[in-house]
Write a protein that binds this ligand. Structure first.
Ligand code: FEO
Length: 396
């Protein structure tokens, strides 16, 4: 496996083939925790790996240098998937200074006993010379946490971008040219939808900052390193960060006695009768929230259905809506639908409450409803709602 990014700059991370859950995100392709080593007159380590994998990190460092010769440990982000092995590195690298910003120092001190750490607290735009090369730091607050920053090596046109541009994607190759582009883009989309989506405004600012730099390589903290496909991922980030959408409609629902399922299918059939619009239909019992978020990110319109259960929603629909509300999709037309037995103002109105908390436009203040099993007239109404959603999507 080639792990040299540039002359004397190496990947020293951990490939986690078997992780399947990342605080709720279904990582069906595993992940990597990328750490890097820059060998110069001074040696710097950029980030670390999850705590249980520190021995692999140390073994990788020892391929290129002695631990006693490590001068700096750069911490771009305090989240433990990247900072988790820093306590061990501090213990094993006696002369290393931990470089981070003031917020990150504060966060690290709340995770670990940092009382004997030798910190070098840097400010926005500050540089540290390693000899032939320098490392320059710039803050990218809320991409992913308030203390997040990126590290740039101008002499190599190399950006260590932290979580931004990452993917939860385990591979044996380290670069974008080592895996099928469609697979990398899918995993980058999933990653953005499930982690970065709420932070669109901050991502735009981070992109503006990064665009001041000449970049030949982007080395994120997860997944492959961008080398030949940098324009592809930059364009995708611009699209997502500005909430641009595709000609696409997503319908998702749960059903109890098939009534809401019949309504979902009527909406789906109406939407797919409009040419040139992609339409997706998901029963939430069969679809993980990670996939739903990935599908919703670039849709122009979506419909959410649930029958009324105990005066509220089916739990899987509530789970999906709670998750989506946190992610904050924007710039979409939305419809609430479903069946009820005797409480007309319950379940589907709760969907409306969720949708109102998102920055989406309701197609109708009232939900599309059926009392028990939908009649032919009600199914025709669903078909027409589907057509409206798809025609809206087609205009985007
Ligand atoms: Fe991969 Fe925000 O940590």
């Amino acid at each position: 496996m080639i792990t040299e990014l540039k002359n004397d700059i190496f990947w020293i991370g951990f490939v986690d083939w078997n992780v399947r859950d990342f605080h709720g995100y279904e990582t069906d392709k595993g992940s990597t925790y990328n750490a890097y080593l820059i060998k110069d007159e001074k040696t710097a380590i950029v980030d670390s790996v999850k705590a249980p994998y520190w021995e692999t990190l140390v073994k990788n460092i020892k391929k290129y240098t002695e631990l006693k010769d490590v001068n700096y440990i750069i911490c771009n982000h305090a989240e433990p998937d990247h900072s988790g092995s820093i306590p061990k590195l501090v213990e094993l690298c006696p002369q290393a200074e931990v470089i981070c910003n003031a917020k990150c120092k504060n966060f690290l001190s709340m995770y670990y006993d940092t009382s004997d750490w030798n910190f070098k607290v840097i400010k926005e735009g500050e540089s540290v010379s390693l000899g032939k090369r320098t490392v320059t730091f710039f803050d990218t607050p809320m991409a992913h946490w308030p203390e997040s920053m990126m590290t740039y090596v101008p002499e190599e046109k190399l950006l260590f971008s932290m979580d931004a541009f990452g993917q939860h994607y385990a591979t044996s190759g380290r670069f974008d040219e080592d895996a099928p582009l469609s697979e990398i883009v899918l995993e980058a989309t999933k990653y953005y939808a499930n982690i970065i989506m709420p932070l669109g405004r901050q991502v735009v600012k981070a992109l503006e900052k990064a665009s001041q730099y000449d970049i030949e390589m982007i080395a994120p903290s997860h997944g492959i390193i961008w080398k030949t496909e940098i324009p592809t991922i930059i364009e995708l980030y611009k699209k997502w960060a500005t909430y641009q959408v595709d000609k696409k409609v997503v319908v998702f629902y749960d059903s109890m006695w098939n009534s809401t399922s019949m309504m979902a299918n009527a909406i789906y059939e109406g939407a797919q009768s409009v040419p040139g619009v992609e339409v997706k239909l998901y029963d939430v019992k069969a679809t993980h929230i990670t996939e739903l978020a990935t599908q919703v990110i670039d849709c122009a319109a979506f419909a959410v259905g649930s029958p009324t259960l105990n005066m509220t929603l089916m739990p899987k629909v509530a789970e999906a809506l709670t998750y989506l509300q946190g992610l904050g999709p924007q710039n979409k037309l939305a419809l609430s639908f479903g069946s009820y037995g005797w409480a007309k103002k319950a379940g589907q109105h709760h969907i409306i409450d969720y949708l109102k908390k998102m920055k989406v436009t309701l197609i109708n203040e009232e939900p599309y409803q059926s009392q028990f099993k939908p009649t032919e007239e009600i199914l025709q109404e669903g078909f027409e709602y589907g057509v409206k959603l798809a025609e809206y999507a087609k205009e985007q």
